[in-house]
Ligand binder design. Structure first.
Ligand code: ATP
Ligand code: SF4
Ligand code: MG
Length: 327
């Protein structure tokens, strides 16, 4: 059976009016099996949201995606970059749904939350307003909003940040998608609420058999939900593997650096956490060779010459560092 999602050589670029050309995502490939959760991690600007938007075919107008995004929900794989607009509109929000990074901008402030969810139902199903309203209340129950029938009449500003995020999740799952893209779904929330939302997403995955692309800049958060982890650095995939591959035997210096910066129970709290020296280069100044080369403690002269290939360092575990992996 083909994977649910098979992204092949996805590149995303922007052309400026002054003939400038910027490649924000380079040659990205990964797969996602049904019911699997892939964590997509990287610092700000690494291309995580653009990747998500390309999957939804919602890139900003100046953005251009090339490569293939094959989606297969029991059917022959369809390339989401090529399907006609009408087919994409029907897939988006029904088979593939997304929780956007900015929850407040994604909700309409002057519309009752129940109506907003009901509208998402009616965009894909021919049913009456009252039946759609019932489905909305049911979805609010699914995301554990207490007293859902009453809260459905609230406007977004009457709800807490955590409740608003639950509404966003209800809106995303109400049409029972096979794939949920969650872009930093907990970043704006405080730690207790964050934990509740992560637990809810795990429950929904079990209950509805959801596959998830879970995007975060926070490895600790990703470790709580993901089966596999993809690490991005300024637009390139630099490591991909199972959760144990990444958290116990990271094979790229950048991933190791990120892990050193995450506190664990064993961390000596009297010492400052280690950080990675240097800063992320801006997109227009990404080095031609290994993108991490200027910050890498184990670089050799060859590293600056060309983008290193992704090497399979163990079955299913890939890393873009020939130096550390003896190639
Ligand atoms: N509309 C645009 N026009 C030109 N460049 C863009 C545009 N949107 C994004 N970019 C470039 O692509 C890079 C990656 O953006 P993206 O939003 O995918 O990052 P991200 O990994 O989601 O970061 P964050 O963690 O801050 O959300 C940005 O740093 C920027 O350089
Ligand atoms: S390829 Fe070279 S510069 Fe890049 S991470 Fe490996 S050792 Fe460091
Ligand atoms: Mg983002």
């Amino acid at each position: 059976m083909p994977p649910l999602l098979d992204v092949r050589n996805l590149s995303i670029s922007f052309s400026g009016q002054d003939q400038t050309h910027l490649t924000a995502v380079r040659d990205l490939s990964f797969t996602l099996a049904p019911r699997e959760v892939l964590g997509l991690v990287g610092e700000s600007g690494s291309g995580k949201s653009l990747t998500a938007l390309a999957l939804m075919r919602l890139l900003p107008p100046a953005g251009r995606a090339t490569g293939e995004i094959l989606f297969s929900n029991g059917t022959a794989p369809r390339d989401l970059l090529q399907v006609p607009d009408e087919q994409m509109r029907s897939l988006r929000g029904s088979h593939i749904a997304m929780i956007f990074q900015e929850p407040m901008t994604a909700l309409n402030p002057v519309m009752r939350v129940g109506d907003q969810i009901a509208e998402a139902v009616r965009a894909h199903t021919l049913i009456t307003k009252s039946a759609a309203w019932d489905r909305a209340v049911e979805a609010m129950n699914d995301v554990a909003i207490p007293d859902a029938a009453r809260r459905a009449r609230d406007y977004p500003h009457q709800l807490s940040g955590g409740m608003r995020q639950r509404i966003m999740i209800a809106m995303a799952i109400v049409n029972r998608p096979q794939l949920l893209i969650a872009d930093e779904p907990t970043t704006a929330l405080d730690v207790t609420i964050q934990a509740q939302i992560l637990e809810l997403l795990s429950e929904l995955r079990e209950k509805f058999g959801l596959a998830m692309l879970f995007i975060s800049h926070d490895l600790a958060v990703v470790s709580q939900v993901a089966d596999r982890v993809a690490v991005m650095y300024v637009g390139s995939l630099i490591e991909l593997g199972s959760k144990p591959d990444i958290f116990r035997s990271a094979a790229h210096p950048y991933t190791r650096g990120l892990l050193n910066a995450v506190p664990t129970l064993k961390t000596d709290r009297t010492q400052p956490l280690r950080t990675i020296d240097g800063t992320v280069p801006p997109m227009h100044a990404v080095p031609a060779g290994c993108p991490f080369e200027p910050r890498c403690e184990v670089r050799i002269p060859e590293c600056a010459r060309a983008l290193p290939p992704l090497l399979e360092v163990a079955p299913g575990h890939w890393a873009r560092c020939p130096v550390l992996n003896g190639a």
